[in-house]
Write a new protein. Sequence first.
Length: 477
Amino acid sequence: MKKSLLQSVYDPEEFRSKGHELIDLLADHLGNTTQEKSEKVLHWNLPEKELKFWQEFLVNGDEANFFQNILAHTTHIHHPRYIGHQASPTAPVTVLTNLISGLLNNGMAVYEMGMAPNAIERIITDLLCKRMGYTQNANGFLTSGGTLGNLTALLAARRAVASEDIWKNGSTKPLGIMVSDQAHYCVDRAAKIMGLGEKGVIKIPVNEDYTMNTALLETYYEDAQEAGIEIFAIVGSAPCTATGMHDNLEEIAHFAKQKKIWFHADAAHGGAAIFSNKYKHLLKGIQYADSIVLDGHKMLMMPMITTALLFKNGQQSYETFMLHADYLLSASKEQEWYNSGRRTFECTKYMMCLHWYVLLKNYGEEVFETSIDTLYDITQDFNAILTADTDFEVAVVPESNIVCFRYIDIALDTTATNQLNTQIRQQILEEGTFYIVQTTLGDKYYLRTTIMNPFTTLTHLKILLKNVKQKAKVLSL
Ligand SMILES: *Cc1c(COP(=O)(O)O)cnc(C)c1O
């Protein structure tokens, strides 16, 4: 008898055989990329051509080649010459936890829809709080990304600090936050979503090393007050995204305490260094933050997207939303840590805690320390090579695993140098044998690398520089 469509969709044997095939394909891919059996990190394609390909595939493509084609049309994070954006080369075991979450599909908002993951999430966030140097009063939860984490933290801050009950009544007075002008754009976006407007985002200029100039805080604060803006929070970046440089969290904490405002640490990228004895000094003062954001999918080898949001005073994490969804959550004053949706922006979320737990269970905290040390160490070596070479200039001596550098030729002015480096980066992208990105700092365009991958060696980085020089020579002719 022919299976019905839905029988076929849910057929366990089909799942088994396709699943095994896929795991084989992915394991081969992992081996091929990490061992550089394929030269390319990506096969660049113009957006319009890419669109055509997938339109055509939907109609005429062979279903059996679908996964293979996805691999061929994406950027290969595990490739040693992937040194672009801050995406984790996922630890394969977390790919398996992704799979479990996908099949079980427990939404976690209420305890019954995720008993194990709600308990596991508590264990993970308690551990993170402890490592950050928080006391017993602290707790937190996992959420979908640093962007959402930062927004949620600022909502909690407004709830805790602002003089009005804005959640209930809406806001009548202008409110503001303070943040370095090098902070991730999502902080600005969060503030705009909260209705603070342009004038409510007090951007503090940076020092020469791109960290917040904390000497200016008092003046900027007073100016805002004079303009009738009530400041309720200050955000420190650890580190900021473009350059990987850490704001002085101790000084920000001191200022926040003095003004009785909320201190939020955006440690989406670098919070992971708390696991490293060698590098945790970069986060000095983070224990004073009222809230901390830390991404698992950046430096902790996990799939996108999983973020810890931690609160120094855990009670405040329960007060952010204060809503009554009676069919889901009964009104309660108790800290119902086991009903995830009480505190998260999301209602449904996937079982992201499994990635954190399986890594800790299988490899221990040491895996995070080893990874951070490996990546931050090699970045120092890369910086040494760049600094010793007169053809290159770094924007700043790196603190983490992000390096901004550019090719320089004394015969060229800033505009021409920018143009040259822009062309170099475009050629590298189209060639596909390396993946690097770019950033603009002040009026200067930089090539930007983030060393995310333990397979990247100094040899790779030297080849990249040679490659950049060759391109510069040809382009300058
Ligand atoms: C990446 C990053 C973010 C955004 O996090 P997502 O997880 O991509 O939403 C925010 N802040 C900093 C400092 C970051 O590096």
